[in-house]
Design a protein around this ligand. Structure first.
Ligand code: PAF
Length: 283
């Protein structure tokens, strides 16, 4: 396994691979790798000859300094996990100045409204930070394909928009959500939950399942109110938002439109840990 901390030697190595016609895949991560990340790596290895996994906790996408500080940093463990997955993965684990120089700041983007709803409403500047780091990675690595999990579905749609706006020749591949046995979506944050809260947090997934069932016969408003009521008296979980939105535009569903696809999106707190999840409702 090759591990790079600096971009110049990485670029040189990738150029030599690409010059012989190999397809290059990128899996961007913030480390603390789990089965969800490994499923992205697996998919990338199926579709590309060369796979780069970036490991970088991106400061510009955190609006809460406490969250940034507490974010797990487990590089050695991550590398061991990747080694078990495949010998031939290239790891890029730079520090902030290697990527940002001496100004660790976000570029401002106009994602045509996708950035203003849900996560964007609750995490100030988050998607400018994500857009900035992904643009940097795409410029340095120049992947043919990049792999992102559908757990961060809004992020996935924003990265698709980023490549459209910047006309970048990279295919964005969305990969299905990996779940724990209980149904809880896999996330690095799950490690910070107590075992009781981890068990109880499956309520998020079960509520999504039930809302999908209800959406078959009821309006988006009805289902939303039902979810709010379900969380009101929950002893462990606190709902931040639940929204039913058009899958493509992420605009809130008012009346169901014929031919449109909808998704339910949720953010909730357990043990002060913020968890997100989503589910397609009619496709
Ligand atoms: O989803 C993540 O882990 C991050 O937002 C990403 C895409 C690696 C950018 O820092």
């Amino acid at each position: 396994m090759q591990i790079f901390k600096e971009k110049q030697p990485l670029i040189a190595t990738l150029q030599s691979y690409k010059s012989t016609g190999n397809t290059l895949g990128l899996v961007p991560t913030m480390g603390a790798l789990h089965q969800g990340h490994l499923s992205l790596v697996k998919q990338a290895l199926q579709e590309c000859e060369i796979v780069v996994v970036s490991i970088f906790v991106n400061p510009t996408q955190f609006d809460n300094p406490n969250d940034l500080e507490k974010y797990p940093r487990t590089l050695e463990q991550d590398i061991n996990l990747l080694k078990q997955a495949h010998d031939n993965i290239i790891v890029f684990a730079p520090n902030a100045s290697e990527l940002y120089g001496d100004k660790v700041i976000s570029e401002q983007f106009d994602f045509q409204g996708l950035e203003n709803v849900m996560e964007g409403k609750y995490r100030n500047g988050h998607f400018d930070g994500v857009g900035t780091i992904i643009k940097l990675f795409f410029t340095i690595i120049e992947p043919d394909k990049a792999f992102f999990g559908e757990k961060d579905f809004q992020q996935l749609q924003i990265i698709r928009k980023l490549t459209e706006i910047l006309e970048l020749p990279v295919e964005i591949v969305g990969c299905p959500i990996e779940r724990e046995e209980s149904g809880l979506a896999r996330s690095s944050r799950n490690e910070r939950l107590s075992s009781l809260s981890r068990e109880k947090a499956a309520f998020i997934y079960n509520t999504l399942l039930k809302s999908r069932e209800l959406f078959g016969t009821k309006s988006a408003d009805y289902v939303t109110q039902w979810v709010i009521d379900e969380f009101k008296n929950h002893p462990f979980l606190e709902l931040e938002y639940f929204e039913i939105a058009d899958t493509r535009t992420l605009k809130k569903a008012n009346r169901k439109q014929k031919g449109a696809n909808y998704r339910a999106f949720i953010a909730a707190y357990a043990d002060d840990i913020r968890l997100i999840d989503n589910m397609p409702l009619n496709n």
